[in-house]
Design a protein around this ligand. Structure first.
Ligand code: SF4
Length: 198
């Protein structure tokens, strides 16, 4: 993995717009609540690791993200180990791989105050439609059409969440080459970066 990402680039629109909706949802809620529960931390932190955020940058990012609720001492005492563990630097020293969409969808859906999971499954229809009607294509600045929104909602209703995500990618960016389907959040990020650099 030759990518690199620094802690202060994560909310930069040029980077943030390349993240899939599941990760944007975690990041928005991390900003609002200055905390994420365990499953959300795992989903986001290993994704960001694969995007090129090294352990030093990761510790800065999470400490700053938590600082409204947790002092540096509390962070070091209660959370630092967890993030170092995700980088294979503690305990069993496993180099954890980021979760693919199936792994994310196989976990229990988020309950109150939890933001992990897949928005195409976990947001109710109204919340998703509301979000999609404000979404724009990042290159043309056009809103999604009613047809686009209905296409995504129909796929959600059919429980075809990865296809809903794939269409969302196409409507907000560009078509994916070779009819490729989004099956992994890091694939979404990589393809978004490629389109951005073309
Ligand atoms: Fe994330 Fe996968 Fe859901 Fe897309 S389909 S939002 S990448 S979990």
């Amino acid at each position: 993995n030759t990518d690199s990402l620094t802690h202060n680039q994560i909310y930069n629109p040029e980077v943030y717009n390349n993240f899939p909706l599941c990760m944007q949802n975690l990041l928005t809620n991390l900003k609002t609540h200055s905390h994420l529960k365990y499953t959300g931390r795992q989903q986001l932190s290993i994704f960001l690791k694969e995007c090129g955020l090294n352990i030093e940058e990761a510790l800065k990012f999470w400490q700053i993200s938590f600082q409204k609720k947790y002092s540096m001492d509390d962070f070091n005492k209660n959370y630092k180990y967890n993030f170092r563990h995700n980088y294979g630097l503690e305990g069993s020293r496993i180099n954890f791989k980021p979760w693919d969409c199936n792994q994310i969808l196989n976990k229990d859906p988020p309950s109150n105050d939890m933001y992990h999971g897949c928005p195409f499954r976990d947001w109710n229809k109204n919340k998703l439609v509301d979000y999609l009607s404000k979404a724009k294509n990042v290159y043309t600045n056009d809103n999604l059409t009613k047809f686009d929104i209905n296409t995504i909602v129909d796929l959600k209703n059919q429980k075809d969440y990865m296809m809903a995500c794939t269409r969302y990618f196409e409507f907000t960016k560009d078509v994916l080459p070779h009819n490729e389907m989004i099956t992994h959040p890091n694939l979404y990020y990589q393809r978004a970066k490629t389109i951005q650099s073309n």
